[in-house]
Write a protein that binds this ligand. Structure first.
Ligand code: ADP
Ligand code: GN1
Ligand code: MG
Length: 362
C-alpha cells in the first residue's frame, strides 16, 4: 500500500473482477503516479494499471479524460477486426458507477486501464529493431488518428511544445534564481543561451496541425515480448493537436540515444546514426503516407530541437528548485539536462547526414 494514497480503496471502485490483493508503484514516469494493481478472480490473477493524474500539471482532468475517451474509442474502432485488438489499444476500465474517472475526497483524479499483458517498455534502447518498432507504432498512432472526427481535442497543457515559450521560461528562471542554483549551472546555461535562434524554426514553418501524442519517449510504447512488435502506445495525457515533429523529435531523443535520459557519464551519451536510421524507417513506414514535403524536410531538425526543448525544461526545473519533474537524487534535473545537451551536441555534428538520409528516401 502506498503511504500517501490508499490505492487499494481507489482500485476497488473500478469495475475490476475479483478480490483486490495489492497495488505497487509502477513504471518510471516523471509526472503522474502509476500503480499496478492485482486482483484475484477465483484464483486467476487480474492486473490493472491505476493512475493518479497530476492535476497541478494537467489543470483540467475531466477535459483530459474526454480526450482519452475519444482517442481510445477511435483507435479501438480501427483495430476492431484484429485478433490482437485487446492489446493494441489502451482500454479504460469504468468505475462501478459507470464513469471513466473518479475524484477522491482529497480532490485527486484517478483512472484505470486494462493491463496489456506479454509486453514491455524500456527506459533505454537496446537494439535497432526496438527503435524501428517503437517508431513504427507511434507513426501508426498518428496515422490512425488522422481522421479523428471534430471537434478539436482539448489542449491538456497549452503551449506544451512551444519551444520559444519554454526558452522564455528558462530565461525567467535564470533571472529569478529561486533556488540559488544559477551559479552552479553556468556551463549549461551558456550552452542553452547560445542556441536561442533555433527555438522558433518549427513554429515559423507553418506546418499542418495534426493529432499527435506529444510524449513519444521510448517507455511510452509497449513492445510485444514474443515478437518484438510495437503493440500499444500508452501515456495518452498529452494527446492533442500538435506537429508531427513533436513526436518524431522525441522518438529520436529517446530511441536513437545510446544511454538513459539521466546518464551521468556523458561519454556514453550520443546520438547513434544507425538507431536514427531505424527510427526514421519505422516512423516513415507508417507516416510516410501522409506527411507533406515540407514536413519531411524538417524531420531531422526536430530531433535536435525537441531534445533541446526537453533539456531546457530540465534545466529550468533545476533552477526553479525541482518543482515539476519527479527527482530521485540531488541534482537529478541537472544531470538530465546535461545528458540531453550532450545529445544535442552530437546531433549537431550529424545533422547534415540525418537530413541527407531522409531526403534520399524521397
Ligand atoms: P506515467 O505518466 O507514469 O509515465 P504511463 O502511462 O506511461 O504513466 O505508465 C507507466 C508505465 O506503466 C509505462 O511505461 C508502462 O511500462 C506501464 N503501463 C502503462 N499502461 C499500461 C497498461 N495498460 N498495461 C501494462 N503496462 C502499462
Ligand atoms: C514527462 O510523464 P512522462 O514521464 O511520460 C513529460 C514529458 C517529457 C518527459 C521527459 C506532461 O513525461 O514532456 O518529455 O517527462 N511530461 C509532461 O522524460 O510534462
Ligand atoms: Mg509514461
Amino acid at each position: 500500500m502506498n503511504a500517501r494514497h490508499d490505492v487499494g480503496a481507489v482500485a476497488q471502485q473500478f469495475a475490476i473482477a475479483g478480490m483486490f490483493r495489492s497495488a505497487e508503484p509502477y513504471g518510471s514516469g516523471h509526472i503522474n503516479d502509476s500503480y499496478c494493481a492485482v486482483f484475484d478472480d477465483a484464483g486467476r490473477p487480474v492486473r490493472a494499471i491505476i493512475q493518479r493524474v497530476n492535476h497541478h500539471i494537467f489543470r483540467n482532468p475531466p477535459a483530459l479524460m474526454e480526450n482519452i475517451e475519444r482517442v481510445t474509442a477511435h483507435l479501438a474502432a480501427k483495430v476492431a477486426n484484429d485478433p490482437e485488438r485487446e492489446r493494441r489499444v489502451l482500454r479504460l476500465i469504468p468505475t462501478r458507477a459507470g464513469q471513466t474517472w473518479l475524484c477522491d475526497a482529497e480532490g485527486n483524479f484517478w483512472r484505470a486501464y486494462r493491463f496489456i499483458e506479454r509486453a514491455q517498455t524500456y527506459d533505454a534502447i537496446e537494439t535497432g529493431r526496438q527503435a524501428y518498432e517503437a517508431a513504427k507504432a507511434f507513426g501508426r498512432f498518428q496515422q490512425m488518428l488522422a481522421d479523428l472526427p471534430a471537434p478539436r481535442l482539448h489542449d491538456t497543457i497549452p503551449d506544451f511544445h512551444h519551444t520559444p515559450k519554454r526558452f522564455a521560461a528558462l530565461e525567467h528562471a535564470i533571472t529569478a534564481d529561486a533556488a540559488g542554483r544559477v551559479k552552479g549551472a553556468q556551463a549549461e546555461i551558456g550552452f542553452a543561451l547560445e542556441r536561442k535562434a533555433m527555438t522558433g524554426v518549427l513554429l515559423d514553418a507553418a506546418l499542418p496541425e495534426r493529432v499527435t501524442h506529444n510524449d513519444t519517449k521510448l517507455n511510452n510504447v509497449m513492445l510485444d515480448e514474443a515478437t518484438g512488435e510495437g503493440i500499444c502506445v500508452v501515456d495518452l495525457d498529452t494527446v492533442m493537436p500538435g506537429l508531427a515533429h513533436y513526436d518524431f523529435g522525441d522518438m529520436v531523443r529517446t530511441s536513437a540515444s545510446t544511454a538513459a535520459e539521466d546518464e551521468r557519464d556523458l561519454k556514453r551519451m550520443e546520438m547513434s546514426f544507425p538507431m536514427f536510421e531505424a527510427v526514421a524507417r519505422g516512423y516513415l513506414a507508417e507516416a510516410g503516407a501522409f506527411l507533406t514535403r515540407e514536413e519531411r524536410s524538417l524531420l531531422a531538425f526536430s530531433g535536435r530541437l525537441i531534445t533541446f526543448e526537453i533539456a531546457i525544461r530540465f534545466l529550468t526545473d533545476h533552477l526553479n528548485g525541482d518543482t515539476y519533474f519527479k527527482v530521485h537524487r540531488e541534482g537529478h534535473n541537472l544531470d538530465r539536462a546535461r545528458a540531453q545537451f550532450r545529445l544535442v551536441e552530437t546531433m549537431e555534428v550529424q545533422q547534415r547526414a540525418m537530413e541527407r538520409l531522409i531526403a534520399e528516401w524521397g
